[in-house]
Design a protein around this ligand. Structure first.
Ligand code: X2W
Length: 310
């Protein structure tokens, strides 16, 4: 595992060099971070690959709501680390668990159909307020506590129609991604922080599942990495309970689909990831990981969660 004890020291090193991108000191800190688990060449190889594409094509990172509440510093540290190397992932965060709690507090029972929240007018009102607050909290934390210039992008990117107004009410199906605000933020060397709300043509705000937003951003920007940060930190084999380190869809998809433990959410996730990767260049891959292993996943062959590729 990553020697986490080294991380605070490394992060101090980065803070001092975050703006100058002082290659030598960053490199020293980075190597100390990953040194025990991977070779210098391995890290170099990945870094060169990530730097070979334009900044909007490095990574789209989806941050699950539970990460915002329970692992925020781990997330910020990982983002600071990437930022110090000149890597600017595009962040979209959720807020599902917080939303459930607010609804229960308001006396409303959360309702989902096929994993998508049924969002009536009252629920939408609560969601809008919560997602905007969560977005601003994350942006301020990154800026003030971690010295990372983050930019909130809460409108103007995601266009949508109603997914099915009868069934889900105020829930969006993304029809278009306007990447301009994201590209502008990256040009200004700021981390774009998006939340999972979209707008219809006539300006109605709609709730969208954050995984779906990440997929739509990925289809539009075609990044090398699509990362889903979650508490579980990967997909697990239901028979052995072991973390699945790599799934090569071209070779394993059909046999995987026949496994008895591939059902419900796991099945849905694999099917969705396959659809996504079918639409993207072969160099793109999806990683499902805990934020603690973000760098390990990005810069080592062994990774730290589940890597899905074609
Ligand atoms: C989601 C958006 C937030 C989300 C919801 O209201 O919960 C829909 O399902 P997590 O933390 O990633 O689950 N929207 C339409 O996806 O957050």
């Amino acid at each position: 595992t990553v020697p986490r004890a080294l991380v605070p020291a490394a992060s101090r090193l980065y803070t001092s060099s975050a703006n100058s991108h002082d290659a030598t000191s960053m490199r020293a800190a980075f190597l100390s971070l990953l040194g025990s688990v991977s070779s210098r060449r391995e890290i170099d190889q990945y870094l060169a690959q990530f730097r070979s594409v334009s900044s909007q094509q490095f990574a789209v990172v989806k941050v699950g709501g539970a990460i915002l509440t329970d692992h925020i510093d781990t997330l910020c540290l990982a983002l600071q680390h990437l930022y110090s190397m000149g890597l600017y992932p595009i962040i979209v965060h959720g807020g599902g668990p917080q939303m459930n709690k607010l609804l229960l507090d308001a006396g409303v029972e959360p309702e989902f159909i096929d994993g998508i929240r049924v969002t009536d007018k009252k629920t939408l009102g609560i969601a809008r307020k919560l997602f905007l607050e969560a977005n601003m909290d994350l942006v301020l934390k990154l800026r003030q506590d971690w010295g990372i210039p983050a930019r909130p992008i809460t409108a103007g990117v995601l266009q949508a129609d109603y997914l099915d107004k009868e069934k889900w009410k105020y829930v969006g199906d993304i029809t278009n991604v306007n990447s301009r605000p994201i590209v502008d933020a990256l040009k200004a060397k700021e981390l774009p922080i998006l939340c999972s709300m979209a707008e219809t043509e006539d300006g109605q705000i709609l709730n969208v599942n954050a995984d779906v937003v990440a997929g739509a951003l990925a289809r539009s920007l075609e990044p090398l990495k699509i990362v889903y940060l979650s508490e579980k930190g990967g997909l697990f084999n239901g028979d052995t309970g072991k973390l699945i380190s790599t799934i090569n869809l071209d070779e394993e998809y059909d046999s995987l689909m026949q496994q008895s433990w591939v059902k419900y959410g796991t099945k849905l996730k694999i099917v969705e990831v396959k659809k996504l990767l079918d639409d993207l260049p072969k160099t793109s891959s999806v990683a499902i990981i805990h934020p603690q292993y973000l760098e390990k996943e990005l810069f080592t062959h062994t990774g730290g969660g589940t890597l899905i590729r074609k």
